[in-house]
Design a protein around this ligand. Sequence first.
Ligand SMILES: Nc1nc2c(ncn2[C@@H]2O[C@H](COP(=O)(O)OP(=O)(O)OP(=O)(O)O)[C@@H](O)[C@H]2O)c(=O)[nH]1
Ligand SMILES: [Mg+2]
Length: 252
Amino acid sequence: MGRFHRHPDGSEHAHEHPSHGVGDHSGYDSGPLRVEILEQILGENDSVAQANADIFNRSGVCVINLMSSPGAGKTMLLERTLRELDGTTRIGIIEGDIETSLDADRLTGLGAQVSLVNTGNGFGGECHLDATMVRSSLRALDLGALDIVIIENVGNLVCPAEFLVGEHARAMVYAVTEGEEKPLKYPVMFRAVDVVVVNKIDLLEHLDFDLGLFLANLDLVNHGVRTILVSARTGEGIDEWCSWLLSRTGVS
Ligand SMILES: Nc1nc2c(ncn2[C@@H]2O[C@H](COP(=O)(O)OP(=O)(O)OP(=O)(O)O)[C@@H](O)[C@H]2O)c(=O)[nH]1
Ligand SMILES: [Mg+2]
């Protein structure tokens, strides 16, 4: 859909899409109708996201929306996170996948409440979680018994960033195997997040990935955004990531 102008606080860049808030669809014969439908979809989503936020705030739980390309290391980061914070922080996981309980199974038994949402099961196989899906996942969580809920969104570098779900903050995992230029080519998510967790740094010595160039490209699309270098495999940097999480909850 390409709401490139959209910020988490709802503010917009009118200059990027002067004709309409959901992008320029004038090249389509069905342009006005498409825009109307997109506005309805996004408007409905935003209302449900606000209702979700009200529920989270009433429960006193902090919610983080964790996004990335497929395979960047979200689940492995969460496995590490649950082990690191076990016994100190009450964590809930909303696990979003198109199909299977594979990731939810990996995160079960590590001390967290886990709620699985398969978008292929009644949600049309969507490539992202939206606010209604997150709402449905809350039935399996006891929010009053949690400090923080982390949503592992569906692996996808574009769409998840376009749907608010009621979260307090947005984080993305970026693997050093993905290349330096991706912030420039896929700016929507890089621009929408509060922190970028640069993962798989254990592989740096085997790659020709230019970390300085990646960080410079990231700064061009999201100036000053917080970055945390980690290896979910070795555990390097996990303490800094967990400190960032706790700083959002007020638990620390
Ligand atoms: N070397 C290395 N491999 C990693 C690291 N983190 C994750 N991996 C590997 O990367 C692959 C994908 O990791 P996942 O945690 O499943 O990634 P994901 O983002 O949850 O993937 P989806 O849920 O499918 O989008 C697995 O083979 C992991 O073992 C890391 O820090 N270093
Ligand atoms: Mg995963």
